[in-house]
Design a protein around this ligand. Structure first.
Ligand SMILES: [Zn+2]
Length: 405
């Protein structure tokens, strides 16, 4: 064992009571701690639950406690070293914790109560802790606050220009700050790091509902697919007026729930994708890893929040034009700047429905002439992306009253 490693272990040993105990996987709920134990099985008995095995079922408690402390110290530090002290009030000026606070208040889900008590009995718990680097934002906090600044900026300051502010103060003490002009690239990196670019297989069914008067059913691909540019006049969650996006859903019910306008009837079209499409999938995000696991924890945490924001409902029409701006800009960024791992462009976005819990919406970057059977100039002709396979009319299915505030 190297000198540095030995010093580090001695340093850590000062913070816990050493023993020859063993602990088993069953006694921990946190996937990171359980995985560590599973990789270090050396004894046959668990000192927490008393389980005995013919084979090795438990890891040395000292190693597990060391691993626990090492991960804790990635996020917390000795307050005495960094936190400011208020001489008059007689206390630290930042939030502090004991190991007891962290175990029983901040991380009670890592293990059953019995294990938490055992773990606490191993720890000396004589250090006052505070958040590590409490002076600055973590990369995840910076990404979240960056998204807030970005959304505010495109809604109320600058919608079309993202030049760095010439007068900005580069040294504001926040090394991870994400400025509005840096936000899209950071978002793209987080999406790639978290594996949110997926492909929709050829042959996938996608539904779209279009409202009209009773009996005037739409049946043609040109009427049921994305509108030609000259008719793309309304703003949507993922498109600014004038820019064509095909909005669909995996189920008819979702397409109907999402259809806008107060109509007597709706034509529901079933399309089939004719080619594999790379999309950014904001549904089924991987869970955020615990502090005891590897993985892009900070990026995933901020992506969970971003996803909730781009799916949230807005009702009054007037609000939509401003509130949709951030997601419209993001959608354009995905469409024109982001690629899947093979260099293919992103052809759409999958996001949660605000109208139907648990269901997904699709915004596909498909033009009207990319639907099979829609006439267009010959120079545009290329392989179609969507094929109309079914149509039906739902009469007065949802003469929804328009909400007025
Ligand atoms: Zn056990």
């Amino acid at each position: 064992m190297g000198y540095a490693k030995r010093m580090w272990m001695e340093e850590q040993a000062r913070e816990y009571h050493t023993s020859s105990d063993g602990v088993c996987v069953n006694c921990f709920d946190d996937p990171g701690l359980a995985a560590f134990i599973a990789e270090h099985l050396e004894t046959n008995t668990c000192s927490i639950c008393g389980r005995k095995g013919n084979e090795k079922i438990a890891a040395p408690a000292d190693e597990v406690v060391q691993f626990f402390l090492e991960k804790m110290y990635d996020h917390y530090e000795d307050a005495a070293n960094t936190a400011p002290w208020d001489g008059e009030e007689g206390g630290f000026m930042v939030t502090t914790y004991s190991m007891y606070d962290l175990l029983f208040d901040k991380y009670p889900d890592i293990a059953p109560y019995e294990t938490l008590e055992w773990l606490h009995s191993r720890l000396k718990d004589d250090v006052v802790l505070c958040d590590r680097d409490w002076q600055i934002m973590t990369p995840g906090q910076a990404l979240e606050s960056g998204w807030g600044a970005f959304a505010e900026s495109v809604k109320h300051t600058t919608r079309f220009l993202f030049f760095p502010n010439a007068k900005r103060d580069d040294d504001d003490g926040e090394p991870f700050r994400v400025r509005p002009e840096e936000m899209l690239d950071q978002l793209g990196e987080a999406i790639q790091a978290c594996g949110l670019i997926r492909s929709i297989a050829a042959g996938t069914k996608v539904f779209r509902a279009r409202g009209h008067e009773t009996g005037k059913t739409f049946t043609l691909p040109k009427d049921l697919g994305p509108p030609p540019v000259e008719f793309a006049k309304t703003a949507g969650r993922m498109n600014a007026p004038g820019i064509v996006v095909f909005y669909g859903a995996y189920e008819k019910e979702t397409a109907l729930a999402e259809a806008t306008g107060n109509h007597a009837a709706f034509s529901v079209a079933g399309f089939e994708t004719l080619t594999e499409l790379s999309v950014v999938d904001l549904t089924n995000l991987p869970r955020v890893p615990s502090i005891f696991e590897g993985g892009p924890r900070e990026s995933l945490r901020s992506l969970h929040r971003f996803t909730r924001e781009v799916s949230q409902p807005f009702e009054p029409d007037a609000e939509i034009h401003i509130e949709y701006t951030p997601s419209q800009v993001v959608s354009e960024f995905f469409r024109h700047r982001l690629h899947d791992g093979q260099g293919n462009p992103i052809r759409g976005l999958v996001y949660g429905s605000a109208k139907r819990t648990g269901a997904a919406n699709l915004a596909l970057f498909v033009e009207s002439w990319e639907v099979e059977g829609v006439a267009t100039e010959t120079w545009r002709k290329k392989e179609p992306v969507l094929r109309l396979v079914s149509t039906e009319e739902t009469v007065a299915a949802k003469a929804r009253k328009k909400k007025r505030s």
